[in-house]
Write a protein that binds this ligand. Structure first.
Ligand code: ADP
Ligand code: MG
Length: 731
């Protein structure tokens, strides 16, 4: 029997799973206890080793080899004090999940003695069997193997899985010839590029700035469903989303879920995964219900981008494992249920200097205001110039279901800045003229700080339909998908900002060389950038059809599907952008493009197969059983000599059901044919487009329509797939 019928009963009998007891009343009592940094590192390392480690972290350099053994020993001593027996190099390959291969400290020396060992070499570098990770042909053309190398800016941590504990060394993953094979390596390069250009521009305003770090605070949306119901849905198990399912009588129209009270079972799960996260140093701050039934969100306090990216990957992993402990499943998919809000991962992004200034927070003096305006306008210009690359950075088969659907930002990239800053930019555009000179200081004194109340008003009353919105002291990139590794979007955003700032510096310096005063030169370039990029600014309703038309008039891109959106990664423009900023070389870009296309193909292929399978082995048998029942009923009534109008109703039902049955069956067959044709295509891009147009677009909705109709018609007890109302409302 399908667990559809047993699960509801089990839910009411599930005892509350005791959340793990920790002996602290306060989060600070155990926050970061499983992370090797700060006081812990100080305690387990010699002065010399500690200093060397700190120096590497600060400079972003590899660990000094001569210190590696000492550091490794310190880390092992700490890990063993916590009963850890194994270690792994933890990395973020392009599959989208995290990877680890556990080795034990335990070893047997050549003379036969068994000891525990973790030497510097094992800490710094490993050679995992890389052949099963996607490389887009990179390893084929260069070297067969790849290696992982510790990125000391990310501290070692201990992952607790059940009763087992593993020491994890966060690493980057690269080929022998140095090409990046993961998400992390290019991200670190992009952050370095940003640091370089941003420091130079900051120095116009403050000579003391020597480092600029991008900051990220992500907001993770997710669904939580019962495990029994989940297991009875092959589509959820294999694709993470439902390919069928009629809308429930009650959806999200009452809007009673958002900020409602959190169901107790889910609450226990949340507390549990939060505890695990705190131990790992993930600074979670908020938790609440989201708009859709069974949808929730959590967000941490922002951190430097590379750490925030690690923490998000870790969190997704922790959530998944902890949910199982509670007989729940967490769905991170961008669109698990049709007709109901999907999930995103808003990326709140800004930049901070080592002098403690948030570069996207309006300053307190005219000088710092000008610095704010500089960075603010540069990011608008960057998004304008590279909207195609930014769009590509969030493209995936999953996110295609969400972008442009009625609750998610559209596939058109635009920037929202609020009424007040719109006015400020307008004023600059109007008033900065060639005649402007030092006597016209009023402009340089646009006092944004004094207008903070106006800014806050914009901020609280803000537009939620924009893919890229200024929210007071940071930009919020909302189009990122909930399963995505933030590194992809962050690599692109920081690279385009680095590039734009570099150009800005050149443009300003050129004017200064011509004899212009620095502040005036900056104002002129700012004005020029506003004029050049203002068409990307949009304050209205991003979900409306009117915006699509308006955007088209403005010549903005609106690429709705992944295979086409990805083209932007390998244009001449993109190659120049990434190569000149030392983030990706040509072959790395080509490889990534190939990998993303392949991921797309596989996703659609799996969904299409699971659709066919469920339709043939769940839906049709149930529908045919019910069809038989009605047919027998009609025959019985007829045989008993009843008039035709006494069973005309049944006949109508039988006709409808039969029509849906034949539609499902025929469409599934032809979809399989379409898949075969697509599979025969050699060129990856063309194959991806065929999968999108000829398989997904041509059949998914059509088949679903008939299946969902059958769901309403067929006897409920014949239907062994849990229905939306059960998955979404039973907890
Ligand atoms: P909302 O849901 O209203 O957008 P949240 O409070 O849920 O707001 O999320 C805001 C996120 O933005 C948090 O993760 C927060 O830490 C982050 N954030 C705040 N300031 C910055 C900043 N300067 N840089 C990056 N992220 C920031
Ligand atoms: Mg938000």
């Amino acid at each position: 029997m399908s667990t559809r019928f047993t699960a509801p009963n089990n839910i009411s009998q599930t005892p509350e799973i005791k959340t793990e007891k920790n002996n602290h009343n306060r989060i600070t009592g155990f926050f970061g206890e499983n992370v090797f940094k700060g006081k812990t590192a100080r305690e387990f390392l010699s002065d010399e080793a500690f200093k060397s480690l700190m120096a590497s972290i600060k400079a972003g350099h590899k660990i000094d080899r001569s210190m590696a053994n000492q550091i490794a020993n310190g880390i092992r001593a700490w890990a063993e004090s916590k009963h850890v027996t194994h270690f792994t190099h933890w990395f973020q390959p392009l599959t989208g999940s995290t990877a680890e291969k556990h080795d034990s400290f335990f070893t047997i020396k050549s003379d036969g003695t068994a000891i525990e060992e973790f030497d510097g070499a094992a800490l710094i570098q490993q050679e995992p069997d890389a052949s099963s990770f996607p490389s887009g042909g990179l390893r084929a053309t260069f070297e067969a193997r790849g290696y992982t190398a510790w990125d000391p800016s990310s501290p070692a941590f201990i992952m607790e899985i059940g009763n087992g504990k593993t020491l994890c060394i966060p690493t980057i993953f690269i080929s022998y010839t140095g090409e990046s094979l993961d998400y992390k390596a290019p991200l670190l390069k992009a952050l370095e590029a940003l640091n370089n250009s941003a420091v130079e521009v900051c120095n116009y305003f403050d000579r003391n700035v020597t480092r600029v770090a991008a900051t990220l605070g992500w907001e993770q949306e997710y669904f939580v469903v019962d495990e029994g119901l989940f297991n009875a849905r092959p589509d959820l198990v294999l694709c993470g989303r439902t390919v069928f399912g009629h809308a429930p009588a009650k959806g999200q129209q009452l809007e009673d879920h958002y900020f409602g009270s959190i169901p107790e079972r889910v609450y226990a799960f949340m507390r549990d995964f939060e505890t695990e996260s705190y131990k790992l140093g993930i600074p979670l701050r908020t938790r609440h219900n989201e708009v859709a039934p069974a949808q929730f969100e959590c967000a941490p306090i922002f951190e430097e981008v590379s750490i925030a990216v690690d923490h998000n990957s870790l969190l997704m992993d922790v959530m998944d494992r902890v949910a199982r402990r509670h007989k729940l499943r967490v769905l991170l998919h961008e669109k698990p249920f049709a007709g109901i809000n999907g999930s995103g991962k808003h990326n709140n992004w800004s930049m901070a200097t080592d002098t403690g200034v948030n570069l996207l927070a309006p300053g307190k003096t005219p000088k710092t205001n000008l610095m704010f305006l500089t960075f603010f306008v540069n990011i608008i210009k960057a998004v304008h110039d590279y909207d195609d690359v930014l769009r590509a950075s969030i493209a995936s088969a999953n996110n295609d279901h969400r972008l442009g659907a009625n609750e998610a930002p559209p596939a058109i990239i635009s920037v929202f800045i609020g009424e007040y800053l719109t006015k400020v930019l307008h004023e600059i555009k109007e008033r900065v003229t060639d005649k402007m000179d030092e006597t016209d200081e009023s402009l340089l004194k646009i006092d944004i700080h004094r207008s903070i109340p106006e800014l806050l008003l914009d901020n609280t009353d803000r537009n939620r339909t924009s893919p890229f919105a200024f929210t007071g002291n940071k930009f919020e990139f909302r189009a990122v998908g909930s399963t995505a590794n933030c590194a992809n979007a962050m690599t692109v955003l920081n690279t385009i900002m680095a590039d734009t700032l570099k150009q800005f510096k050149k443009d300003v310096d050129a004017l200064i060389e011509k004899g212009e005063k620095k502040e005036i030169a900056i104002m002129h370039v700012i004005r020029e950038y506003i004029v050049a990029s203002e068409r990307i600014l949009f304050e209205g309703d991003g979900y409306s059809n009117a915006w699509e038309k308006e955007a088209e008039k403005r010549g903005l891109l609106n690429i709705k599907t992944t295979p086409l959106a990805l083209d932007a990664m390998i244009t001449k423009k993109a190659k120049h952008l990434f190569e000149s900023n030392k983030v990706y070389n040509h072959s790395e870009l080509e490889a990534r493009h190939e990998i993303e296309l392949e991921k797309y193909i596989k996703k659609v292929q799996i969904e299409s197969r699971i659709m066919g399978e469920i339709a043939s082995s769940h839906i049709l048998p149930a529908a045919i059983r019910y069809q038989n029942l009605i047919a027998t009923n009609i025959k019985g009534l007829k045989d008993a000599g009843l008039k035709e109008d006494t069973y005309s109703c049944q006949k109508q039902m039988l006709e409808k059901i039969s029509e849906h049955i034949s539609n499902v069956s025929v469409q599934v067959e032809t979809m399989i044919e379409a898949r075969k044709k697509a599979n025969a295509i050699d060129n990856t891009r063309k194959k991806a487009i065929a999968y999108q147009e000829k398989v997904k677009d041509a059949y998914f909705d059509k088949i679903r329509y008939h299946v969902d109709k059958l769901e309403l018609l067929v006897d409920d007890k014949e239907w062994n797939l849990p229905k939306y109302r059960e998955i979404l409302f039973l907890r």
